[in-house]
Ligand binder design. Structure first.
Ligand code: DON
Length: 321
């Protein structure tokens, strides 16, 4: 890896970014009218369908943002990348991959179809709901509240934001509309994937989905992934490189659900989306990027956010492939 002071700055890597963003935000916002805010969790239906914002941070701490970057949203599925990392740090690779597989499903994020169809009946990957529920059961802690505290502490450490909190209103709303996730969890318990009480595991899962954040927080976490687990701002290795390599591989193959192939072709960067409209992505080695745009396309990804990232990637030739 290059020494930090040799890494290109944001403005060297993406010249005239601020100017371009102004125009691209206007253009991409037009996509919002073709999307819909998630409503299967009632609290998420309150998201602003017209919002679109993006934030960038480089290894030197330079930041740029554009659009509605003050929008606060819950991490939802974006949190799954980081609970996977915490579970890997707590348990190691072997145990984690006894509980979840390494393959994309091609199905929607909340499908349980393959759980029954394909033996040994473990979730295909840790980023679909069934997989993330299994991962939630692997987080260590001396008690339920200790586990919740450890999860929140991990996110605070990675964002450098001590004010990060669980949004209990969204959490309650998730809990009230959890029939499908609950049935998946019982199925996993019957298969021997879950060993604890379904309620306790879902409590962890819904809580980590319900952490309030902004696209600045996403960019900050993306920066550490971009630098293989080393946080250049705190100048600390926060996550072992091997685990970040695993997480980024899942982001490429499964991070945008059953639109991950299309995203790899159109944008070509590791990314993870959530149903509240966030997208965390990164330019390997250099830059963390956070996007918010609550109006979603039919696959559950931010419609304007994906459009904006396509423009960015194509203009600066950012694809890894
Ligand atoms: O399980 C759920 O429905 C949510 N808490 C997380 C879903 C999510 O973000 C999937 N996304 N695109």
């Amino acid at each position: 890896m290059l020494p930090m002071n040799a890494l290109p700055t944001l403005h060297e890597r993406l010249p005239r970014l601020t100017e371009h963003l102004e125009q691209w935000i206007i253009e991409s916002k037009k996509q919002c009218q073709h999307g819909k805010v998630a409503s299967y969790i009632p609290e998420l239906a309150k998201g602003n369908a017209k919002a679109l914002g993006i934030h960038f941070i480089d290894a030197h701490g330079n930041e740029t943002s554009a659009g509605d970057t003050d929008t606060v949203f819950t991490l939802q599925s974006i949190s799954k990348v980081f609970t996977l990392l915490l579970a890997l740090m707590d348990n190691g690779e072997e145990l984690v991959f006894n509980k979840v597989g390494m393959e994309p499903t091609g199905d929607s994020f909340n499908s349980m179809l393959k759980l029954e169809l394909v033996q040994p009946g473990i979730p295909f990957n840790p980023l679909i709901n069934a997989g993330a529920i299994a991962i939630s059961s692997l987080i260590h802690g001396s008690s339920q509240s200790d586990k919740l505290e450890r999860v929140l502490r991990f996110f605070r450490m990675l964002t450098g934001n001590e004010n990060l909190q669980y949004n209990e209103t969204v959490f309650e709303s998730e809990l009230q509309s959890a029939d499908l996730n609950r049935s998946m969890a019982y199925f996993l318990k019957d298969n021997g994937v879950l060993e604890q009480s379904v309620d306790d595991v879902l409590d962890i899962y819904f809580h980590h989905c319900s952490i309030d954040a902004t696209c600045k927080d996403l960019a900050r976490m993306g920066l550490t992934l971009a630098n293989n687990g080393y946080d250049p701002i705190q100048q600390k290795q926060l996550i072992p490189k091997r685990y970040v390599q695993i997480a980024k591989s899942f982001m490429v193959t499964c991070g945008m659900y059953n639109a991950s192939g299309q995203f790899a072709i159109q944008v070509g960067l590791p990314a993870k989306s959530g149903v509240s409209g966030g997208i965390l992505t990164l330019i390997p080695g250099t830059i963390g990027i956070g996007v918010i745009g609550p109006a979603l396309n039919s696959k559950g990804n931010s419609i304007a956010g994906v459009n904006l990232l396509e423009k960015l990637s194509q203009h600066y030739d950012l694809s890894m492939f």
